[in-house]
Write a protein that binds this ligand. Structure first.
Ligand code: FO1
Length: 327
């Protein structure tokens, strides 16, 4: 079975670990979000690609869900000693090696998709990880900084890089707009549209529907490719009990006018894209609203408490896909 998964960071990566256990013989292609990418210290950092690669390759810092296990931060400390910022993004020494190799290969002319394939040669994630595009796309967030007089630009409306909004500001101010800069001019990376066209099922894991899956869908051709593939598209709600399971998805959902509920996210994707939607048992009451939107809906436990629970979620998603296919 050929499965295509659109994945962001932590939630998507953890779901993939369960999917691999639930469908060990499946051929899984992951289309990774690159809107979170950031250039720091002259290096290109790809947080969502690295989170999938490290999580499935066994190198992830399990508690954080990002960055490497057994990290040290000597480089970060030395850079801070030179007064070279930013100091709010925690890059570890082991993680720096990934960004150095990536940047070296990009500078030598390799596209991001080839670089990602080369990095995965080491990590062997057990899935094919393709960036959504080889073109540069960076998600920026429009905010009005608090008018506290503390910082020079306080009280001003400005666009900040997604990572600054997420990590430095901790999403403490409303996101007034979220823009995947560069998406309109970007093309899907080689293999993305082919994988979608050849897929038996497409899955939307519990990744952020705006800044992760939404950004992937913003690359021209990907949303259309999925909608026209004629195969079941099944998603798992990242919102459980009107709150995001992890992260601050509710902050970015508000920016696009979507209420923070499992049903609203399904409606946001729409029946043109989604055929099936899994909500957590606590949201079983919303299944009727989702079905009324033309999307088949089932209520199952959606907390990825451990690998077996996550594998069961993946099995439920694949079962719903078969139900939709048969409909
Ligand atoms: N998230 C944080 O909350 N704080 C950090 O200092 C941080 C550093 C970091 C370094 C490398 C990397 O790949 C991810 C990192 N993240 C950090 C997570 C990152 O912001 C998120 O994983 C995604 O961008 C959102 O899914």
């Amino acid at each position: 079975m050929r499965i295509v998964v659109l994945a962001g960071g932590i939630g998507g990566a953890r779901f993939l670990r369960g999917l691999k256990q639930a469908a060990p013989d499946a051929d899984v292609t992951v289309i990774g979000n690159t809107g979170d990418d950031i250039h720091l210290f002259g290096l290109k950092v790809c947080p969502d690609l690295d989170t999938v690669m490290y999580t499935l390759g066994g190198g992830i810092n399990e508690e954080q869900g990002w960055g490497r296990a057994d990290e040290t931060f000597h480089l970060k400390e030395e850079l801070a000693a030179y007064g070279v910022g930013p100091d709010w993004f925690g890059l570890g020494d082991r993680d720096f090696a990934t960004h150095i190799v990536r940047t070296q290969m990009l500078s030598a002319g390799y596209p991001l998709s080839a670089v990602t394939e080369a990095l995965c040669d080491r990590w062997k994630p057990g899935v094919r990880l393709i960036p959504m595009s080889d073109d540069r796309i960076e998600t920026h967030v429009a905010v009005t900084l608090p008018d506290n007089g503390a910082s020079p630009d306080s009280g001003e409306r400005k666009a900040v890089h997604f990572q600054e909004y997420w990590v430095r500001l901790r999403a403490s101010v409303p996101a007034e707009a979220i823009v995947p800069v560069g998406a309109e001019q970007a093309k899907p990376a080689p293999g993305v549209l082919e994988a979608i066209a050849e897929a038996d099922v497409v899955l939307f894991p519990p990744s952020n529907p705006v800044v992760s899956i939404g950004t992937i869908l913003a690359v021209p051709g990907i949303r259309e490719g999925i909608a026209e593939a004629g195969v079941p598209v099944v998603g798992l709600s990242p919102i459980v009990g009107d709150a995001p399971v992890r992260g601050m998805a509710d902050k970015v959902l508000a920016a696009v006018g979507v209420e923070s509920t499992a049903a609203a996210v399904a409606e946001h994707y729409g029946p043109g894209l989604l055929d099936g939607w899994l909500v957590d048992t606590v949201d079983a009451g919303s299944a009727e609203r989702v079905e009324a939107a033309g999307i088949r809906c089932r209520a199952v436990p959606l907390m990825m408490t451990d690998l077996d629970a996550t594998a069961q979620m993946a099995r439920e998603a694949l079962t719903l896909a078969e139900e939709v296919r048969g409909a």
